[in-house]
Design a binder for this molecule. Structure first.
Ligand SMILES: [Zn+2]
Length: 272
């Protein structure tokens, strides 16, 4: 019987390396944000809007990078992903603040060595020179940036940390690929059939054709190392007039019993 897939929560020893590695992209992204703030050609409200857009874009970039690092480190624990995102968000904000003051001093004609700009006591001193009102505004901006830099990568990290993983082989599954296209079926009936893992009954359901605007797609993600582990999920795809497509996840990934993986493999080959 198929059961809901849930990540084991385990991490590999490479998680330490993941934290060390994440500092580099986080530092670079913080530096990019600082350059953006320092050389901003806009003024007033458009500055704030541009800053928010820049923070969002850079946060997504950071999230994508962290995802790759979590995948390399075989992290199957959401919380570890969140902590890594928070850590990187803090590194990005710290390095961004240091880079901002470094650029500001340089523009004013004072060059200071980079290691000095990175020192916490120097940063505190620089922050204390800013007057009260702009200090409040800057604090608010920093809070927004930290939230964006930590929260967005944390959400993105779940894509990796909750992805199907074969614990026996120590490998991530391949990406989800469509196995069967069905005509829209009652969610309750289909979920019952899939949870009971009655593949014969699933195959007996009417298949979708190219003419169908809506279809239920059974997708599988299989272990790249063995033929015993696979997960199955169910999606409803709706093609609307005008080319718009909506996708709805009707059943989250369930573990398919190994015995039926061969049948699934045959189905996948048939679909190709
Ligand atoms: Zn495997």
């Amino acid at each position: 019987m198929g059961t809901l897939y849930s990540a084991s929560g385990r991490v590999s020893g490479k998680v330490v390396l993941a934290f060390l590695l994440s500092g580099l992209p986080a530092g670079v992204i913080g530096g990019c944000m600082a350059m953006f703030v320092a050389y901003m050609p806009l003024s007033g409200l458009s500055t704030v809007a541009a800053l928010i857009v820049a923070a969002l874009v850079l946060s997504v970039l950071l999230g994508v990078t962290l995802n790759a690092i979590l995948r390399l480190a075989h992290v199957r624990n959401r919380r570890v992903g969140h902590v890594l995102a928070l850590f990187s968000g803090m590194v990005a904000t710290y390095s961004g603040t240091a880079a901002f003051f470094w650029i500001a001093l340089r523009t004013g004609g004072t060059e200071i060595p980079v290691p000095q700009a990175l020192r916490p006591d120097f940063l505190l001193e620089m922050l204390s020179t800013v007057d009260a009102l702009s200090a409040a505004v800057q604090t608010l901006l920093i809070v927004i940036v930290v939230l964006a830099f930590a929260w967005i990568p944390a959400v993105i990290s779940q894509r990796t940390t909750s992805a199907p993983y074969c614990e026996a082989c120590g490998l991530w599954c391949d990406e989800f690929a469509p196995a069967v296209y069905l005509k829209p079926t009652s969610a309750a009936q289909l979920q019952k059939t899939i949870e009971a893992w009655d593949l014969e009954a699933v195959l007996a359901l009417e298949r979708a054709t190219d003419q169908d605007r809506a279809m239920d797609i059974i997708e599988t993600a299989r272990c790249s190392g063995c033929r015993d582990f696979a997960t199955v999920r169910l999606k409803r795809v709706h093609h609307e007039y005008g080319g718009k497509t909506t996708v709805e996840l009707r059943m989250p990934p369930h573990v398919a019993p190994g015995v039926d993986v061969e049948m699934l493999a045959a189905l996948l080959e048939e679909a190709d």
